[in-house]
Design a protein around this ligand. Structure first.
Ligand code: FAD
Length: 646
């Protein structure tokens, strides 16, 4: 983590000095750049991202009168932790959470089907999938960490609680979106004018309704009783995530929780017919615990405290679009001004643990795009890529959720009988393992388009798959010989990143870095305004295939030790080596070049988007392609005009 770039300050170094704009008094119509509606995981990730940009006036409204305190989702996928690292909150979340290492499967004992027996266990996250673990932490605590990230960021952002969006009107012309919010305590209405509105307002999204978007899909017909309990039991896997299916009494998903004692039980209440709906919705926690006991038989379950209980019914549904744009862009080329994210545009069961995670990735995808457009760096058409990229991801999630839910709740059948045919429980464990990349959140691959290259040079760095998230690997930071993760150089600051992996001779590497620093066609030169730091738009990093003992900082090209910030200090953290000592290299230590399949002879350039997805892999000589690619996303400095309302 780097700080004091613009001068020293006392106190928590993670709390950057504020340059926040003052808010007007509450009784005037407020003009804002972005209005975020809702403070669930989607709204808070978006707000935490926008809080990095103090010139963007962001207002966050939340109908609740304070932060969430209990309940809702709890699974934090590896991918979300990678993103949290960029927000500077991964370490604290890691300390506080439960870490999922194994998932165990229980089914009817073949000898005595009336009791359950363990049928399998699988490693929860495959080795090497991510440097981050799969964690469990209450959604309310995830919110708290994101709220802290907002408060510490330069814009010092905090939600306005107790304000509910009731209406919005998108004008036909260029004017701002007119929004009416209501104070839930006094009923008083307030008006805001917003350049962009993002509805992160959950499954019953008012924003979605007001822009005429539909949720398509099944009606909610499957219910789960969800309990967070402190309990005493002789069930042996109480501290391991377990999918438990009984012969006669349905199934449970058991999720151990943070702190060593708390446990979440998802108790399957089955398909709900219309006639039964009220009865299921009004089930008490005791009734649901009784069902859980029957599933766990012969094991005991003595609940000492029920911390949270809800009957959760979810339909698998997806919005027809994630913004207010026209279906056919040719018909209405006006870029969108209202967006929906998270549960507002896709809902699915809780069993795959994806609701919170996918919602946050929606917001991470949108946040940097809004910042780039409002900062004048990109044309507003960039915003059309949000729906184009995120809607297919939500559709995949719904397809996965249907399959996984059916398997979890299905009847105890076997594969077609025959030699070697596997039981349903074996099939479940196999499917779970196969889908591990997906549930870890690392399988998302954005298709080729304006923001993702076609991957013509993928062979130069096979482990940095174009379109997928940048898969971090350990390296040694040259300046202080510290082992660090290369991906952790990326902060959630809206900047693009270019990693240059050196060729064996270092000739192409040197030439590429010189071109980047000096050539008028270089993205570092052409997209950078006069008052910008050299790395304000494109943060260039170098990786050498040797040990840190073999290179001197002074010998690095100037772009890898640039002057930066108000004091003109030198940033010495731009260059990394594969290993620390020559002995490690000679001893065949597996390094980032091996781990990510980077061509040691030719090297490679890996261009990474602000949301950590790999945009393109290029040869070190591919400077012209790099320039053309980024010119498709970023405006030349002379054409950049911030849209922010100062
Ligand atoms: P949400 O977290 O739903 O946040 C939406 C926010 O918008 C809320 O804070 C809401 O108060 C606010 N809001 C709504 N309308 C307005 C308005 N007009 N003006 C201002 N603010 C507004 N997932 C699981 O994995 N396991 C579970 O057990 C589970 N249980 C859940 C129980 C409940 C009651 C709910 C609502 C969700 C549950 N989920 C569960 C789903 C999971 O919490 C969501 O997938 C996740 O929170 C989605 O995040 P989001 O930010 O899109 O929306």
């Amino acid at each position: 983590m780097q700080f004091y770039r613009d001068g020293f300050y006392t106190g928590d170094p993670a709390t950057a000095p504020s340059t926040a704009l003052p808010r007007p008094s509450q009784d005037v119509d407020e003009e804002v750049d972005v209005l975020v509606v809702g403070t669930g995981p989607a709204g808070l990730v978006l707000a935490a991202q926008l809080a990095r940009f103090p010139s963007i006036r962001t207002v966050v409204v939340e109908r609740r009168e304070g932060p969430l305190e209990l309940g809702q989702a709890d699974g934090v996928a590896c991918r979300s932790m990678e993103m949290f690292e960029a927000f500077g909150i991964a370490g604290r979340i890691l300390e506080e959470s439960y870490q999922v290492n194994e998932t165990r499967f229980w089914g009817p004992d073949p000898e005595r089907p009336a009791v359950i027996a363990r049928t399998g266990r699988v490693q929860d996250v495959e080795d090497g999938l991510s440097e981050m673990p799969h964690l469990i932490l209450n959604q309310a605590r995830v919110h708290d960490h994101l709220l802290q990230a907002m408060r510490s960021a330069p814009a010092r952002l905090a939600p306005d609680y107790g304000l509910e969006l009731v209406d919005l009107v998108v004008p036909d012309g260029d004017g701002p979106v007119e929004v009416t919010v209501r104070d839930v305590r006094t009923g008083a209405a307030r008006r805001l004018r917003a350049t962009y509105v993002v509805g992160c307002d959950g499954a019953r999204s008012r924003v979605r309704q007001l822009v005429g978007r539909r949720l398509d899909g099944d009606r909610a017909d499957h219910a789960w009783g969800v309990l967070d309990v402190l309990a005493v039991t002789d069930f042996p896997d109480i501290r391991v995530k377990a999918a438990i299916r009984s012969a006669e009494h349905g199934s449970i998903l058991l999720i151990p929780r943070e702190g060593g004692y708390l446990v979440r039980l998802y108790v399957d209440l089955g398909d709900v017919r219309a006639a039964d709906r009220e009865r299921v919705r009004s089930m008490s926690a005791e009734e649901v615990v009784e069902r859980a006991r029957r599933v766990l038989h012969p094991h005991s379950l003595e609940v000492r405290e029920t911390v949270w209980f809800s009957v959760y019914e979810v339909a698998q549904r997806i919005a027809d679009r994630f913004d207010d744009g026209a279906d056919d862009a040719g018909e209405d080329p006006r870029p969108p001004r209202v967006f929906i994210a998270g549960d507002a545009c896709h809902t699915h069961s809780a069993k795959a643990g994806q609701g919170m995670n996918v919602s946050m990735q929606d917001a991470f995808n949108l946040g940097w795009k809004l910042a780039s457009v409002l900062g004048g760096r990109s044309a507003a058409t960039l915003l059309q890529t949000y729906d184009a990229e995120r809607r297919p991801v939500a559709q995949q999630l719904i397809d996965f959720d249907k399959e996984w839910s059916t398997m979890l709740a299905g009847s105890p059948t076997r594969e077609a009988p025959g030699p070697g045919s596997r039981s349903r429980d074996d099939l479940l464990a196999t499917y779970f393992t196969q889908q591990g990349r997906y549930t870890a959140g690392v399988a998302t691959r954005y298709p080729a388009g304006a923001l993702v290259g076609a991957g013509e040079h993928q062979h130069l760095a096979t482990g940095f798959e174009v379109g997928t998230r940048f898969h971090s690997a350990p390296v040694t930071r040259l300046a202080d010989a510290r082992r660090v993760h290369l991906g952790h150089a990326a902060r959630a600051d809206g900047r693009w990143r270019l990693y240059l992996f050196a060729d064996r001779a270092r000739l192409a590497w040197d030439a590429a870095l010189t071109w980047l620093a000096e050539d008028p066609a270089s993205p570092v030169v052409r997209h950078r305004r006069a008052d910008d730091d050299v790395d304000a738009v494109l943060d260039v990093r170098g990786v050498l295939p040797c040990s840190s003992h073999e290179v001197e900082l002074a010998d690095l090209p100037a772009l890898l030790r640039p002057r930066t910030g108000a004091l003109g200090l030198v940033d010495l953290e731009k260059c990394f080596t594969a290993t620390t000592t020559p002995a490690a290299a000679a001893g065949g230590e597996v390094d980032v070049f091996d781990l990510r399949g980077v061509d040691r002879d030719e090297g490679a350039m890996v261009l990474v988007r602000p949301d950590q997805h790999v945009a393109q892999v290029l040869p070190l000589t591919g400077t012209r392609e790099l320039s053309a690619f980024l010119a498709g996303v970023l405006l030349d400095a002379g054409a950049q005009e911030p849209l922010t309302r100062r």
